[in-house]
Write a protein that binds this ligand. Structure first.
Ligand code: BG6
Length: 517
């Protein structure tokens, strides 16, 4: 078989913007956004740059007020702005422009103090009242960018000081919403407790559980690709799909977050949320509409159809790995068994997917940074040109949804190599967003913050699907935490060979991870 050369894809299609499929995007109401943990890493790396970009793109409505709340004695908005400026300069998608920064800095406010201290919330209330007087009309979003252990304390104080009230969100009334960061619990029991606890303070329509993967353009495009084209849907089932592979490979390690990662591991960090969410978008049925609950109903439904893993499945269809230098990281014990790599197989008991294996793989310190979904189609039933193509094995078609990097879609299929003989070769048809639409791709947090301000929960996780995702990975966590057996893999490799063997036993192989040249 003649193989095409692998190179960074460039598009062979041109995009034409046809308008929005869903409802017309409206601008958010003027809003006060309160960030708890405002001096933390997420705030500087993702939230502030996202809000800055939204402001530059004129996606926010004046007045939008951003109030940071953090422990410590710092109290002035100017000091807060000074802290954020270098982070925004480093992580913003768009270059920091002095005039734009001035405007952004004027939107910032800050409250410093302990979360257990009523005085912090008295000060916050004063800031929120001032924002309301400016024109935010009581619309407020509370972003809990703090460990889940602090949620109860903050919510209790917010309620005590009448900053939140539990009510079904209705159009035309001031929005009061809470954004909760992952990890949403650390197992099924703690996630349920957390849901119960938050549910005491906020109605489900006020709770925005964030999974930033759902804000990625390429993840959203899964639905448009599937339901905006008639050519894929007839093939999107057990009759035509052999197996599906979903990979989230990173080249970075744990980036100094040793003690956090020891509590988390790759299954909680990536598979329970990001990868199961992507899998649900790939496998869900056609929703009744693009409305938040119609989409979330179908995602939840397909997760309910995922077959629970048995102990036998965990032993035979799940592999854990740890990169060789992980135990040298700060905060990691010498005998740590925490997986930094996991591969597992899920089956879905539904008419559409019965018998089709879904292989999920995620890991750190791997050879290549790559997140993608590959739909491997079945082989042709009969090779007609066997003689002519002697010696070559016809490879089935693969449709790859590249979530990152080189965001796009590619289709691999076989074609005749020009010449008098019938030689066959693989060809790859590529589409990349950058070339097709010539538009910058917004960061996931930009989209998600904007949607929350608009009161659109489509891209946020509903309680039932978070619960189900924990149920699904619970057996893996239980077995792996009770028994040692992590496979060590080399930094910068393709992961532990045991993961390849697991796929190999079923006659398949993972997409190879190649180091960047
Ligand atoms: C986060 C994880 O949710 O996702 C990190 O906690 C991981 O460990 C990150 O590095 C990956 O996100 P992205 O958008 O870079 O793929």
């Amino acid at each position: 078989m003649i193989e095409p050369k692998r190179k960074a894809p460039s598009s062979t299609v041109t995009g034409e913007i046809l308008g929005t499929v869903s409802t017309k995007r409206r601008k958010p109401e003027p809003t006060a956004i309160v960030i708890f943990g405002a001096l933390g890493d997420l705030s500087g790396r993702k939230l502030a740059p996202a809000l800055y970009n939204l402001m530059v793109d004129q996606s926010l409505t004046d007045p939008t007020v951003i109030i940071g709340v953090s422990r410590g004695t710092m109290s002035s908005p100017q000091a807060f702005a000074e802290q954020l400026k270098p982070r925004v300069a480093e992580f913003s998608r768009q270059k920091l422009d002095p005039a734009a920064w001035e405007k952004f800095a004027s939107m910032l406010d800050f409250v410093g103090g302990e979360f257990s201290d009523d005085a912090t919330f008295v000060a916050l209330k004063a800031r929120l009242d001032a924002a309301k007087a400016k024109g935010t009309n009581g619309n407020r979003v509370f972003y809990l960018s703090v460990p889940p252990s602090v949620f109860p304390l903050i919510l209790e104080k917010l309620e005590k000081h009448k900053l939140i009230d539990r009510a079904v969100q209705k159009p035309g009334t001031p929005g009061c919403r809470v954004i909760v960061e992952k990890p949403f619990g650390r197992d099924l029991a703690s996630a349920r407790q957390l849901n119960e606890m938050i549910g005491k303070y906020q109605d489900e329509s006020q709770i925005y559980r964030i999974d930033h993967y759902l804000g990625k353009e390429t993840v959203q495009n899964i639905l448009v690709l599937r339901f905006g084209n008639s050519i894929f849907e007839p093939l999107w089932n057990r009759n035509h799909v052999e197996f599906v592979e979903i990979t989230a490979a990173e080249t970075i390690g744990i980036e100094g977050r040793g003690s956090f990662y020891e509590q988390t591991g790759v299954v909680r960090d990536i598979i329970q949320n990001h990868l199961l969410q992507v899998m649900s978008l790939v496998t869900m049925e056609v929703p009744a509409s693009f409305a938040a609950d119609d989409i979330r109903d179908e995602k939840s439904q397909v997760l309910r159809s995922v077959r629970p893993l048995t102990l036998n499945d965990v032993a035979n269809h799940c592999v854990r790995g740890q990169y060789r230098t992980y135990r040298e990281e700060q905060g990691v014990p010498e005998e740590s068994q925490t997986p930094t790599f996991a591969a597992m197989r899920f089956m879905i008991d539904s008419w559409r997917w019965q018998g089709v294996p879904f292989y999920l793989r995620a890991g750190k310190k791997l050879a290549e940074r790559l997140t993608e979904v590959s739909i491997h189609f079945k082989s042709v039933p009969l090779v007609l040109f066997k003689e002519e193509a002697a010696g070559s094995v016809l490879q089935p078609a693969v449709l790859t949804l590249r979530i990152q990097p080189h965001e796009g879609i590619s289709l691999r299929f076989v074609a005749k190599v020009p010449g008098e003989n019938i030689n066959v070769g693989n060809v790859i048809m590529e589409m990349t967003y950058a070339d097709a639409f010539n538009r910058p791709i917004a960061e996931a947090y930009e989209r998600l913050l904007l949607d929350c301000m608009r009161g659109d929960a489509t891209l946020f996780n509903r309680r039932d699907s978070v619960d189900r995702a924990w149920e699904l990975i619970q057996p893996v966590l239980q077995v792996w935490e009770a028994t040692p057996g992590v496979h060590i893999y080399e930094d910068g490799s393709g992961g532990p060979p045991a993961a390849d063997e697991m796929m190999g036993r079923e006659g398949f192989s993972w997409r190879e991870l190649l180091p960047a040249k």
